[in-house]
Design a binder for this molecule. Structure first.
Ligand code: PEP
Ligand code: MN
Length: 290
């Protein structure tokens, strides 16, 4: 008989929290933000980003050292040198490190440098990679595939859980559609669905979902409103000079205002989740305004 899938609420009625470094994701009304460039480009770039994150109250830094690029001729990432720049942000600034793993052979190399392995959209169904990540101790941020159904997404998460690793975060990052105005289509209903059906934390990547810098703040607000446990956002000291995904990188000065709005949205959602107050008699009746 097939066991009850471990990702379902039926398996675990309590919300799972996931720890990245010393940061916990999945507490109600306490969304966590991960931010940083698409790709690690240099130590100086990461230091500028890291210092801004600390000032803005963002505890986790991202940046790809191994980059899954559409063209084999595009920048493929700095590899281990990039991992070292990330790890210096942990040592020098106390930030937790989130970065993408593309192959099983990279796991052992990456383990000392990272606090959370990101599985990119293009690898969501790389089942051997998922199985290997299920057997190591660090958190996994699993991104939804480019055209994956929610059921396929949850089954991919199940591969990691089945190996014994409970520390899985689901990430909605937009799916392919006929509409080319935005890079992808952000499935916010999918976020609500995942929150209702599973006990795993769910975060949203508004950068890859929209591909448009100016759409990141509004979609981030919406993600929190629908119940996401956090966000992963691309940000760069000089967005227009970013070696990859330049159009969707926020400038660093946009991060503190983003956090301000995220806190407002989280407070509003906390208020929405409280029971409605007993009905109060309105001071003005409709007739008085007529
Ligand atoms: C990324 O986070 O830089 C990335 C490549 O994302 P995705 O796998 O969602 O395309
Ligand atoms: Mn990117």
């Amino acid at each position: 008989m097939t066991p009850t899938p471990k990702h379902l609420k039926e398996h675990n009625a309590h919300a799972t929290t996931v720890t990245i470094g010393n940061v916990v994701i999945g507490h109600p009304n306490q969304p966590i933000v991960i931010a940083g460039p698409c790709a690690v480009e240099s130590y100086e770039q990461m230091k500028a980003v890291g210092e801004t994150l600390v000032e803005a109250g963002i505890p986790l830094i991202r940046g790809g050292a191994f980059k899954p690029r559409t063209s084999p001729y595009a920048f493929q990432g700095l590899g281990e040198e990039g991992l070292k720049h990330l790890a210096r942000m942990r040592d020098e600034l106390g930030l937790g490190v989130v970065t993408e793993v593309m192959a099983i052979e990279q796991i052992a190399l990456m383990l000392p440098y990272v606090d959370c392995f990101q599985v990119g959209a293009r690898n969501m169904q790389n089942f051997d990679l998922l199985k290997a990540l299920g057997k190591q101790p660090k958190a996994v941020l699993l991104k939804r595939g480019l055209a994956a159904t929610l059921d396929e997404f949850l089954n991919a998460a199940e591969y990691i859980l089945a190996g014994g690793n409970t520390q899985v975060i689901l990430c909605e990052r937009g799916i392919r559609s006929f509409d080319s105005a935005t890079r992808n289509v952000l499935d916010l209903a999918g976020v609500a669905y995942l929150k209702q059906r599973t006990h795993l934390p769910v975060i949203v990547d508004p950068s890859h979902a929209t591909g448009v810098r100016d759409l990141i703040v509004p979609t981030s607000r919406a993600a929190i409103a629908v119940g996401a446990d956090g966000l992963i956002v691309e940000a760069h000291p000089k967005p227009e000079q970013s070696v990859s995904d330049a159009a969707q990188a926020l400038p660093l000065e946009a991060l503190a205002p983003l956090m301000h709005q995220i806190h407002i949205m989280a407070d509003a959602l906390a208020a929405c989740r409280k029971p409605m107050p007993a009905k109060v008699t309105p001071i003005h009746t409709h007739a008085q305004w007529a």
